[in-house]
Design a protein around this ligand. Structure first.
Ligand code: G3P
Length: 479
């Protein structure tokens, strides 16, 4: 419901002594409907102190009990699915059915993480010294994974629940404490997630904290804090500057993607069109993994475009409550940025296959043909329902364009020739290449990583557990 929400620090719901709030605008109504606390540096210090004390207890809790605690959270989250989905609808204008599936997917992720954690963290290594030249069997080395301490989790607005738990659950199963800084838009959903951890009633006080701040004032303070032992961040370019500031701690970052879709002349064009529509326009294109540019071989371009256009014309446009395919984008700033890219393409001669239309933050799906490299939209992520199509003479040209993208998260290739698909996959330098399917992070246990400015480290459940732990060895000397 609309209103003012408290932060969750050290097991307490807290109104900040700053007496300042951060306001959240519903993207659909464009009215300020929610307020969250603008926490102070002292409150951030208190949250980290809580983390540090709680982590001393939590790291001693047997692994099976940590897994059980996570399962309990997953079950509370399932009970709260309608309430949290309602927050997503109102805060980030995600269609209700997609909001519900974000919550369900998050509960599944937590449960999977509990199982995977048991499997991965119960195993270690055993080495004997006599394998190394000149050494007798006088040393036995046991190694295992131990927690890092406190993990700062910063999820983005587009998946404020799922991308929060994809950081929190691996951190907790590994024996860490967490401080979560929810995105401004998505903070209320995040605080409802905090309530699930609170309601589960199974964690030491202070182990899980949700601290809302004004990022411009205290974002760096949170990240650079001496008690922060690990940063898991998903978001925009601000991640690049954070990476330089945090110092010698493990970092995991995903900072967006200009995901290219290469369509070869021998592709199944119905299949390609279906994936381009879903990949390009789900959640109005506001996914790091959305198809952000189509590179199609000229000889099949007209046929492909006809099929894509047919699908685009069927997309419903309207409000998230009505489960429309295309809903208002996150903010007016974002809508203005999208419009700027569209107008730049128009001035430079792109062909509009659909009429450009905008009402407030609602932008109708827009398909642009004959996009050329001198247009900004060939390189920038609109993060909206706008899809540029570039006609290429051959796949080498497509690969060359894809490899010039600054944010190389995922890409995809459509062809019936598996050998060609593998060759293209080998030459495209992005974190993931999907063959005959649209880019996607899910299923959530798959490795997920960006190349170049798109990020550092690899996510996915097992990789996150690996990144949120460090190797500890004990050597037994036989004298
Ligand atoms: O926005 C990035 C991403 O995490 C979206 O997830 O599974 O819809 O590709 P997915």
């Amino acid at each position: 419901a609309s209103g003012s929400y408290k932060s969750y620090i050290n097991g307490q719901w807290l109104r900040s002594c700053s007496n300042k709030v951060v306001t959240i605008t519903n993207p659909a109504t464009r009215k300020e409907e929610f307020k969250v606390q603008a926490c102070t540096r002292e409150e951030i210090d208190a949250a980290y102190e809580g983390c540090t004390e709680a982590q001393k207890i939590w790291r001693q809790v047997p692994l099976w009990k940590r897994a059980e605690a996570l399962r309990k959270v997953a079950s509370v989250l399932r009970e709260q699915r309608d309430t949290i989905a309602e927050c997503l609808v109102n805060e980030i204008a995600k269609a209700r059915k997609d909001s519900l599936s974000e919550v369900d997917r998050s509960a599944d992720l937590i449960e999977y993480c509990a199982e995977e954690g048991i499997r991965l963290l119960s195993k270690g290594d055993f080495l004997t010294s006599d394998a190394f030249k000149g050494t007798d069997r006088t040393k036995l080395c046991l190694s295992s994974r131990v927690p890092l301490g406190n993990v700062l989790c910063i999820p983005p607005f587009n998946y404020p629940v799922n991308l929060a738990v994809s950081k929190i659950a691996p951190a907790l199963i590994s024996g860490n404490a967490v401080l979560v800084k929810p995105p401004t838009q998505g903070a209320v959903s995040g605080l409802h997630l905090a309530q699930c951890f609170d309601k589960a009633g199974v964690f030491p006080k202070g182990l899980v904290n949700f601290v809302t701040v004004r990022a411009s004032e205290n974002g760096d303070y949170l990240a650079e804090h001496p008690s922060n032992n690990c940063l898991s961040f998903t978001g925009g370019d601000v991640g690049l500057s954070l990476a330089k500031k945090v110092g010698m701690i493990p970092i995991q970052m995903e900072l967006g993607g200009k995901d290219a879709c290469i369509v070869c002349s021998d592709a199944d064009l119905d299949l390609a069109a279906k994936h381009i529509i879903k990949g390009g326009f789900s959640y109005s294109g506001q996914r790091c993994t959305a198809v952000k540019v189509v590179l199609v071989e000229g000889e099949v371009a007209d046929q492909l475009i006809e099929k894509v256009l047919g699908g685009v014309n069927k997309l419903t446009v309207g409000m998230p409550d009505d489960n429309c395919n295309i809903t208002p984008v996150i903010s007016e700033t974002s809508a203005n940025f999208i419009e700027k890219l569209v107008m730049d393409a128009k001035e430079k001669g792109a062909k509009f296959l659909t009429e450009y239309r905008r009402e407030g933050n609602l932008i109708w799906p827009c398909l642009l043909d004959h996009v050329r490299p001198d247009m900004d939209i060939a390189w920038e992520e609109p993060f909206g329902p706008v899809l540029p199509i570039m006609r290429v003479s051959n796949t080498d040209q497509a690969v060359e364009h894809a490899n010039k993208n600054r944010v190389a998260l995922q890409s995809c290739v459509f062809t019936k020739d598996i050998e060609k698909a593998i060759k293209i996959s080998d030459s495209v330098q992005s974190g993931t290449v999907q063959i005959n399917g649209a880019p996607a992070r899910g299923p959530d246990h798959f490795p997920f990583q960006g190349f170049r400015d798109s990020g550092i480290g690899s996510q996915g459940i097992a990789n996150s557990i690996g990144m949120m732990t460090k190797t500890k060895t004990t050597v037994i000397n036989l004298n």
